[in-house]
Design a protein around this ligand. Structure first.
Ligand code: EPZ
Length: 474
């Protein structure tokens, strides 16, 4: 955990800007828009022919959910920040557009982004960009902390529940912001007309995004801030590391309490986005559901312990080859043919990650026995069940728990036409398609592309029969 060290930062004056006219002018009437990420059609389909056997090694990309808050955090920093190993995804490209819409200079080279915020001349990011993803909303923290005001549209993101922003709003209020929600936009400004002030706030729920947003805001609040019941996810720790490398003083990242000493302004720094633990877990599940043996790297094994425990109990063999390489084997000679059912209950880190719930449910349809899967983080993250049923899975959903009947209880997967409706639910369908007998076509692939870089290339390199079918030009 990064500790605070004394920085010889000469306290540069907070960039005082007159409260922009946006506070004065009535907010323009925004057309009511569905605030869920909507994917433009026509978009390619994935055509998967199963059952697949996988083999070889798959490289894991940088973490989407680390990259998004760190890109937002560049707004806390003067000068240029250099971010390496940024996954080339719809979401990270959208975040780059959000920053550019504020006047930042953003240069993108494949998996590297350079962000210079000295030219930021607005506190109101492009609403259409904000509504495309969840992570763009995080900029509200740095904006109101650095410029004294922010006007940000309510976010988009996966359609997996209500996904309110009340904790963001109440947390900013605890730091001295006046916050209004009008015409689908959150408008926040520093009550004292200059900037935020340190305070204390206990989150009702360890929200990842709220934790990250309030951490960024507190880094530039005047005085000390204590945030309690915060999220402990690795992505929160990654953000704190970037902020501390940029001159902040954040203590406690990875625990349930953050103590933050505000600074006038941070400076640009360089960082490498860590490997995506959710992508890593997804490929581990791909090995299990196809009864294959593959290796993955880079991965941080200690972040995967929940999943490693479940897969080992089911009958998979998991070996750590080096500090950042895991091998997952479920081949029949290792007894992998008959994986045993197990129960799953998602929860905040270090609990079982909700972002692997749809994917592990696909695996459970191929195991022996009955598996209860309880989704305790989001109130509507079962959209993939209806699609899995089209493949022949036997699943019953009651409230937030799904009962998965394994192959010895009638779940026999055979190809069908499916529709992906969110990132991880869509990935669940891909995994099931790899195991199903025959051809599965999946539309809504744009949802999956939001969270998985070069997915079909990676699956193809492991031996899967996966094609991306481009739509006929209309
Ligand atoms: C982040 O979303 C991730 N997204 C999600 O990943 C991930 O599933 C989630 O954390 C949980 O780990 C990004 O980091 C961009 P939350 P976030 O706030 O921050 C409630 C993916 O597939 N809540 O921790 O939006 C909320 O309703 C995506 O990569 C409030 O009540 O998640 C939910 O029930 C999907 N009030 C719970 O907290 C608030 O103000 C967890 O949400 C905020 C959240």
């Amino acid at each position: 955990m990064a500790s605070c060290s004394t920085f010889n930062l000469s306290p540069s004056p907070k960039p005082t800007k007159p409260l922009p006219h946006s506070l004065l002018k009535p907010l323009i009437q925004e057309p009511e828009t569905e605030s869920r990420t909507q994917i433009q059609t026509p978009y390619p389909k994935l055509i998967i022919t199963g059952p697949s056997k996988l083999s070889g090694h798959v490289p894991i990309s940088g973490s989407k959910n680390s990259a998004l808050p760190i890109l937002a955090a560049t707004l806390c920093c003067s000068g240029t920040s250099k971010i390496h190993n940024v996954p080339n995804l719809f979401d990270t490209r959208t975040m780059a557009s959000v920053l550019a819409s504020l006047g930042a200079k953003v240069e993108v080279f494949n998996n590297e982004m350079l962000v210079n915020t000295d030219g930021v001349d607005s506190v109101e990011p492009n609403s259409d960009e904000i509504r495309k993803i969840r992570g763009g909303f995080f900029v509200i923290g740095p904006l109101v902390a650095r410029f004294g005001e922010a006007v940000v549209a309510l976010p988009g993101g996966c359609n997996i529940g209500t996904r309110p922003v009340d904790l963001y709003i109440r947390g900013l209020q605890a730091l001295g912001a006046v916050v209004d929600l009008r015409d689908g936009k959150v408008q926040a400004y520093a009550a004292n007309g200059r900037g935020l002030v340190g305070g204390s706030f206990q989150l009702d729920y360890p929200s990842v995004g709220a934790t990250e947003t309030l951490m960024m805001a507190a880094c530039m609040a005047d005085g000390m801030t204590v945030l309690s019941n915060v999220a402990r996810e690795p992505e929160v720790v990654d953000l704190a590391r970037f902020l501390n490398d940029s001159g902040a003083c954040v203590e406690g990242a990875g625990s349930n309490q953050l103590v933050i000493k505000g600074k006038p302004l941070l400076h640009g720094s360089e960082c490498v986005i860590a490997a995506d633990r959710i992508e890593a877990g997804t490929f581990m599940l791909a090995a299990a559901i196809t009864r294959s043996c593959i290796s993955i790297s880079p991965v941080i094994p200690c972040q995967m312990s929940c999943l490693i425990h479940k897969l080992s109990a089911a009958g998979c063999k998991i070996r750590q080859y080096s500090h950042d390489t895991l091998e997952v084997s479920a081949v029949s000679r290792c007894g992998g043919e008959n994986l045993q059912s197990f129960e799953v209950k998602t929860g905040p880190y270090p609990g079982f990650p909700t972002d692997l719930q749809p994917q592990i449910m696909a695996l459970l349809t191929t195991c022996n026995g009955l598996s209860p899967v309880e989704e305790s983080v989001f109130d509507k993250r079962m959209g993939h069940v209806s699609e899995l049923l089209k493949l022949g899975a036997k699943i019953q959903v009651c409230a937030s728990t799904a009962l998965v009947f394994g192959k010895d209880n009638g779940s026999v997967l055979s190809g069908s036409s499916l529709v992906a409706n969110d990132i991880r639910g869509g990935m669940s369908l891909v995994l099931a398609g790899l195991a199903a007998e025959g051809t599965t076509d999946i539309s809504g692939v744009a949802h999956i592309d939001r969270g998985y870089e070069n997915l079909d290339m990676k699956l193809h390199s492991l031996g899967a029969d996966v094609k991306r079918l481009m739509p006929l030009a209309s």
